[in-house]
Design a protein around this ligand. Structure first.
Ligand SMILES: Nc1nc2c(c(=O)[nH]1)N[C@H]1C(S)=C(S)[C@@H](COP(=O)(O)O)O[C@H]1N2
Ligand SMILES: [Mo]
Length: 189
């Protein structure tokens, strides 16, 4: 049969059209670049997939941290003004610097050269992710606080999940990550 018969071409076009209209964002094999910039419609969040445990990865070694682990760590409080909601909020949780310290990473003259070119990638269950430089999350180098919050205003985080990354240094809450799933440290060579 002639492979270029008009019927075959029409069929191929139809198949291609159907494939392209299938919602790519629902695909399980979603790539990071597709996920970047995705966000819920203004004022409404996508149905949240709640975060349960946090995966902390340092030097390629991952550690799972659960809410009970968090409760046993030193608690930090962060008062911030959420310019998105227009409200003042008080978050409590664990400072990222304390999490990193517990995994062996602190700023010191010995770690300085690596530290200054390292960054942390914070990702939510919806694949939304942001970067912080290691210097930005170190109280030795920065006045801002960055915490993994587990509570806000005395109650749990609700739809924002078990964990939410919050920083006091940002003027807008764009790098606050709801339903935080992972924190991954990496160094630029
Ligand atoms: N997991 C996750 N966190 C996220 C986002 C997102 O799409 N997913 N959007 C960010 C953006 S762009 C903003 S403005 C704030 C809004 O947070 P709020 O709606 O909870 O106030 O959350 C940030 N954190
Ligand atoms: Mo936003």
């Amino acid at each position: 049969m002639n492979p270029f018969a008009p019927r075959q071409i029409k069929l191929a076009l139809l198949v291609a059209l159907l494939a392209s209209t299938a919602c790519p964002h629902q695909a399980l094999g979603q790539t990071e670049s597709q996920a970047v910039g995705q966000s819920a419609a203004p004022g409404r969040h996508a149905p949240p997939q709640r975060s349960g445990v946090l995966t902390l990865t340092l030097n390629g070694v991952s550690r799972q941290i659960s809410p009970p682990d968090f409760a046993s760590m030193p608690q930090s409080t962060l008062k911030v003004h959420n310019t998105h909601s227009g409200r003042d909020e008080v978050y409590t949780g664990v400072a990222v610097s304390d999490l990193l310290r517990a995994s062996g990473l602190t700023f010191s003259p010995e770690t300085q050269s690596t530290f200054l070119r390292s960054y942390m990638r914070a990702q939510g269950t919806d694949f939304y992710f942001v970067l912080y430089s290691a210097s930005e999350i170190s109280p030795d180098l920065n006045t801002a606080s960055v915490i993994v919050a587990t509570r806000v205003d005395g109650h749990d985080l609700g739809d924002d999940g078990a964990f939410k990354l919050v920083s006091s240094g940002d003027k807008r809450p764009l790098r606050w990550v709801r339903n935080l799933l992972s924190l991954t440290l990496a160094t630029v060579n």
